[in-house]
Write a protein that binds this ligand. Structure first.
Ligand code: FHN
Length: 598
């Protein structure tokens, strides 16, 4: 099944993106993978403005809570049937224990609104094949097969809409481990004898029709893990289903490059802004479905920064919560999401209805924007109280803190704007508003990166690198636990001295800086000599072994301090890295970090 998982799932989440030489502003468009028609549906605006969605994975796997026959599983808990190779008949018996008496649709809906979510997508049927709704198509559903005997989706769809949120269903259209003709179950059923058309016509499409006709207006139909259909067949299915609810948005995981908006891989935010409607999908801990022993929850600070970071690239964040088998939301999900909601209550103007920021990520944080307003999300307060917006050429009329409306002093410094900031009201992310007139220059990769002594560290991220020779930018995908994907944008392909990478930085404070290289280096590439060139001086270093680069396993990134460099005066500097001799690729470079020396 691991092979199956690799074959089917990886193509869906493994986005390897190559940016070519010398990143230019138009590169931004290369990430813009709008639906194949090139047109966005008329009803897309609510989705683009919503920015924050609640994803819910809830099914029989929630009852198992990550444990089968006394063995604990880590990673995607909703895959337990597959991972433990539980026979379909034995798994179906879990339904007899599923009795979510703690489920309260109004409570979930109120929680979603108070947490600042603007839409909710819940699993109507996941890969296990169990319908969490009243289905006439298959008896393997919550009303007929469980002691609960009621349709939780009916109550939820109504309660969520009543709270003013858009409501949508997740439906696994191809993988169905309960069915002989469904995708994925090769431990009970012979793959070569499967008739996927029969599955689509007999269960998948009829059940989706039930969802589109019995649950009121759906904001979203969230497909996942396509398979078994050609592009023409996928289009035909979309047309049949769309006819029932023309305004419902279909996620791009309907397959074949179709769909109304784009979903990135699990736990993936593109490194640069992307135009068009899109969504990043994360889960609150390390699993989508509830796992009682998974307590690795993201704090409210992490969620707020993830949300702002996603909005700064122009997308929505749909964050998943895994309720347990009794229908209750995990305590930490409640706590940290409600904290996020109260942050949104003060700073929501800088998230909802925004588009990507006009200024690339800075050591202090990220930006979002609306016409006439640039929002600065301050994750890291500069210790010297001087915050720089590089290359901002519009006429600034005022700068103030969003929650207090407290005006701030600022001045022009060349092409940059320097703001004097005092204490910030929220250490996790305080937002400043720059009100301006005119049309500022758009996000531009030629803008120098800012380096200042006011930050403990100044990262020069791979995506901003200028590339020479065969150096290229690649998105490496790896995971900690099963299905717990991570993505790192790196420079690779530096195997000869001419394959170099350079960063242009505006360094605002003279002094000494420690240079750390953050990279992964497999054993066969380690112990190679590299050269760092800065301000006319050469510094040598030798690469250190970290880990093999394997999908499905963690990739270890080291922060290797290689030199102290001296900045004689404030100004523009180029930092260049290359292999000292011809060899194999030097490393996968994630960032260069400059730390001011005290
Ligand atoms: O296999 C599923 C997984 O269980 C989960 O539902 C995620 C959510 O995006 N989608 C698939 C993997 O990409």
């Amino acid at each position: 099944m691991k092979n199956y998982f690799k074959r089917r799932l990886l193509p869906c989440v493994l986005t390897v993106v190559l940016l070519t030489n010398e990143a230019k502003p138009q590169e931004i468009e290369r990430w813009d993978n709008r639906v194949s028609s090139g047109h966005e549906p008329a009803g897309i605006q609510w989705f683009k403005d919503a920015k924050f969605g609640m994803f819910v994975h809830w099914g029989l796997y929630s009852q198992l809570a990550g444990t089968w026959k006394n063995k604990n599983y880590y990673g995607s808990g909703e895959w337990i049937m597959n991972r433990a190779r539980i026979p379909a008949a034995e798994y179906a018996a879990v339904a007899q224990q599923f009795n979510p008496v703690g489920f309260d649709a109004e409570e979930w809906a109120k929680f979603a609104r108070q947490s600042g979510f603007r839409y909710m997508v819940v699993t109507a049927k996941h890969h296990e094949g169990f319908a969490m709704f009243d289905s006439k198509v298959s008896d393997f559903n919550v009303v007929k097969a469980s002691p609960y005997g009621k349709d939780p989706m009916k109550a939820l769809s109504e309660a969520v809409r009543k709270e003013g949120l858009h409501f949508g269903f997740y439906y696994s259209q191809y993988l169905d481990w309960h069915e002989a003709n469904g995708g994925g179950n090769d431990w009970d059923f012979d793959e070569s004898r499967k008739d996927y058309q029969r599955y689509y016509q007999g269960k998948s499409v009829p059940q989706i029709k039930e969802l589109l006709t019995h649950y009121g207006p759906l904001g979203i139909l969230w497909f996942d893990m396509p398979g078994g259909l050609s592009k023409e067949q996928t289009q035909a299915m979309i047309d049949t289903l769309h006819a029932l609810q023309p305004d419902a948005l279909f996620s791009s995981r309907v397959g074949q490059g179709l769909g109304d908006y784009r979903d990135f891989g699990d736990s993936e935010v593109p490194p640069l802004p992307v135009a068009g409607a899109w969504e990043a999908i994360y889960t609150h801990n390390d699993s989508w479905g509830y796992i009682s022993h998974d307590m690795n929850f993201k704090s409210s600070g992490e969620i707020i920064r993830l949300l702002a970071g996603t909005a700064s690239k122009g997308g929505n964040l749909m964050l998943n919560i895994g309720p347990d088998g009794t229908g209750r939301l995990p305590a930490y999900s409640q706590k940290y999401l409600l904290e996020t909601g109260s942050w949104l209550g003060r700073f929501g103007e800088s998230i909802y209805g925004t588009t990507y920021g006009l200024v690339p990520a800075q050591p202090w944080g990220v930006t979002t924007s609306k016409p006439g307003k640039l929002y600065l999300h301050i994750f890291e307060r500069p210790s010297n109280g001087r915050l720089l917006i590089p290359d901002f050429d519009a006429a600034v009329s005022a700068i103030y803190q969003l929650d207090t409306h407290q005006p701030l002093r600022w001045k022009k410094r060349g092409s940059a704007i320097e703001i004097s900031i005092g204490t910030l009201s929220d250490k996790r992310n305080t937002v400043l508003v720059v009100a301006y007139k005119g049309t500022p220059r758009k996000f531009d990769l030629t803008t120098p990166l800012t380096v200042s002594a006011g930050y403990k560290e100044n990262p020069l991220d791979a995506v901003f690198a200028r590339l020479h020779g065969s150096a290229k930018i690649e998105s490496l995908t790896f995971s900690h636990y099963f299905g717990d994907w991570k993505h790192a944008t790196c420079v690779t392909g530096m195997s000869r001295p001419e394959d170099s990478v350079s960063f242009l930085a505006r360094i605002t404070d003279p002094g000494d800086y420690k240079v750390l290289l953050e990279y992964a280096c497999p054993p066969e590439n380690s112990r190679q000599e590299g050269t760092l060139l800065f301000d006319g001086k050469e510094y040598k270093f030798e690469t250190l072994r970290t880990s093999k680069l394997e999908e499905g396993n963690p990739i270890l990134f080291i922060r290797h301090p290689v030199a102290i460099v001296t900045v004689p005066k404030a100004g523009l500097y180029t930092l260049r890295l290359s292999a000292a001799q011809q060899g194999s690729a030097l490393f996968s470079l994630k960032s260069v970090i400059l730390e001011p020396v005290d």
